[in-house]
Design a protein around this ligand. Structure first.
Ligand code: MN
Length: 502
């Protein structure tokens, strides 16, 4: 899969100082900053450019940099470092102007104290320990969300933290411009997948708009027979095909229909600049089958997808795909489906009617065709597989009426306990943290949806950083969570977001 993060995107490396120290010291600050920015720029984990910016010593220069960052479409965020002491009243203008995410890299140029040689000059040059606090106060005083990373810039752990944050910043940049297309409305009477699309655009930037299914059908009909055949060949090379779906097989025509739907979807999305979509089994006029295989394959290529009109989880799947781009062990639209309440270990089986991304598969998927009880259409083609074992998260974006809440639950995917020979859909089995009983009670208490986005590669911390960039609530259910404490958090958040809205 091609990267979802453009290598043209940039993080600006911005260093704060002041004129008090004289030109010689500032020259040294400048040189040190360049060295750090270059090192981060060449760090292979960081998928974007790290661009050195001249050291900032006046409020005018700081504000000017913020203005330039705001209008530069390639700038996805600022890494701020206070090499020396940069009086933070100088930062008020810039910080209140800046609309891009901030990572405060609290580092210093030297790793160790040079015990034998250190004099006052050295101490005055390398004083980020207190310079960073002055800057930090102002960011806190202005109630601006930011990431704080502490440690030496050459420490692989620090570089990894920055790399992860840069992926989140890239996802946030993508989210602000994301176009989600809705083929069909929300499933009738369903509540949690509804939401305020105007508020979503205000809060997240993404636009969510509907197109009649007939517009998509035109693209499906425009797919050429040669392209359909070529795509059927790709299927045959990529998956273990059910014999009836092979060329000459009894159901080959259904595979051709699925291929035409995939081609139509790709053509529609490309033409409209969409990177996420929803469909609805209640609105399939002109489609021969509900898109199963096509939705699965588009997700595998980085498109967001939500079933039953669920645009919030379609958009979230896209965001998590961008966050995982280049390091993805699997990220998919998901639904909590069925429990295993065995006293030997309570687990949850995640699946959907069809649409689970094959990026989470533990082996080559099989391509099969089976009836679908709802929708009243022909049998849909789909990929069937088990999800692999490993640490993962489920995340859900819900609309609480006065705010969006991003809910994140740590889970541990496990090998299936037994074969599921009669289950004709992709699925994954997981243990819920802290336990199924406590974790699920917390999820329900927090109003989390049945739909989620599941990922092996986006950690909880990245999701929290994402929520902070979007300035929305995040709620985490992990090993440390208890229901009483979660209730307290939710009540506190209710007050906080209530006051914020005033
Ligand atoms: Mn569903």
């Amino acid at each position: 899969m091609t990267s979802l993060i453009s290598p043209e995107k940039e993080l600006w490396f911005v260093t704060g100082s002041q004129h008090l120290y004289g030109p010689e010291t500032l020259k040294e600050v400048d040189a040190h900053s360049k060295i750090i920015a270059d090192a981060l720029n060449s760090a292979s984990d960081i998928p974007v450019k790290v661009v050195f910016k001249p050291v900032l010593t006046t409020s005018e220069a700081i504000t000017q940099t913020a203005l330039e960052a705001n209008i530069d479409p390639n700038c996805i965020g600022l890494i701020c470092w206070m090499h020396t002491f940069s009086p933070a009243k100088m930062w008020i203008g810039g910080l209140t102007t800046l609309k891009k995410p901030i990572c405060h890299l609290h580092t210093q140029f030297n790793r160790d104290i040079p015990w034998a040689t250190m004099d006052m000059d050295f101490m005055n040059l390398n004083q980020s320990a207190h310079g960073g606090r002055e800057f930090g106060f102002m960011v806190s005083r202005l109630r601006i969300n930011r990431k704080i990373i502490v440690g030496h810039w050459e420490d692989p752990e620090v570089v990894a933290e920055l790399a992860q944050w840069s992926r989140v910043a890239a996802a946030w940049d993508d989210f602000k411009h994301l176009k989600v297309v809705r083929f069909g409305d929300n499933m009738r009477q369903v509540a949690v997948t509804e939401g305020d699309k105007v508020e979503a655009q205000i809060q997240f930037g993404m636009s969510v708009n509907s197109h009649g299914i007939g517009d998509l059908v035109e693209h499906i009909r425009a797919a050429s027979a040669a392209d359909v055949e070529a795509l059927c060949d790709v299927y045959a090379q990529s998956y273990k095909m059910a014999p009836e779906l092979l060329k000459g097989g009894a159901r080959y025509a259904s595979l051709q229909d699925a291929a035409a739907i995939e081609l139509g979807l790709r053509s529609f999305m490309k033409e409209g600049g969409f990177h996420a979509f929803v469909d609805s089994f209640e609105d399939l006029h002109g489609l021969k089958q509900l898109p199963g295989l096509p939705a699965q394959r588009l997700m595998a290529d980085g498109y967001g997808f939500g079933a039953e009109g669920d645009w919030k989880h379609s958009a979230l799947t896209r965001a998590m795909k961008v966050m995982a781009s280049g390091v993805d062990k699997g990220t998919s639209f998901m639904e909590d489906y069925t429990y295993h309440f065995s006293p030997k270990g309570m687990r949850c089986l995640g699946a959907h009617m069809l649409e689970i991304c094959p990026s989470i598969a533990d082996a080559q998927p099989t391509c099969e065709i089976h009836p679908l009880g709802i929708g009243g259409k022909e049998d849909p083609v789909r990929l069937v597989f088990n999800g692999k074992a490993g640490s993962a998260i489920n995340a859900s974006l819900v609309d609480m009426g006065n705010r969006f809440r991003l809910l994140i639950n740590q889970v541990e995917a496990v090998e299936p306990e037994a074969d599921l020979p009669k289950l004709p859909v992709a699925r994954v089995l997981w243990d819920v943290k802290p336990s199924l009983k406590e974790g699920v009670a917390c999820w329900i208490q927090a109003g989390g949806a049945h739909h989620t986005c599941f990922s092996y590669s986006v950690p909880v911390e990245a999701m929290v950083d994402f929520a902070e960039m979007a300035n929305v609530e995040s709620v985490v259910i992990d090993e440390q969570t208890t229901l009483p404490r979660l209730k307290e958090t939710l009540r506190c958040n209710e007050v906080y977001y209530g006051i914020r809205a005033l």
